[in-house]
Write a protein that binds this ligand. Structure first.
Ligand SMILES: [Zn+2]
Length: 92
């Protein structure tokens, strides 16, 4: 028997449908999220949205404990889903 996929990930078709939908009717904020997710997916193999859902860094995949972050780092994680170490490495 074939192993079923876990179903948590949308199929490529569903994902591109969602992308087309957002590009056509989305707000600027939604389009920005889409852009960031596409960028993160291409760069790191995971979207910022997924990384945040899992509470991990989009780059090194380590668990990001928001409670231990400074307000600034927490805001940064909210935008980029990068831990402070990776953020400094990439943008310094
Ligand atoms: Zn990291």
């Amino acid at each position: 028997m074939k192993k079923k996929s876990d179903g948590s990930r949308p199929s490529a078709t569903e994902a591109s449908k969602a992308v087309a939908e957002t590009l056509a009717h989305g707000s600027p904020v939604e389009k920005r999220v889409l852009f960031k997710d596409a960028l993160a997916l291409a760069t790191f193999g995971i979207t910022a949205t997924d990384a945040k859902k899992q509470g991990i860094c989009v780059s090194c995949r380590s668990i990001v404990d928001l409670a231990t972050l400074s307000e600034e780092d927490r805001a940064e994680y909210g935008i980029s889903a990068l831990c402070s170490g990776c953020f400094e490495e990439i943008f310094a």
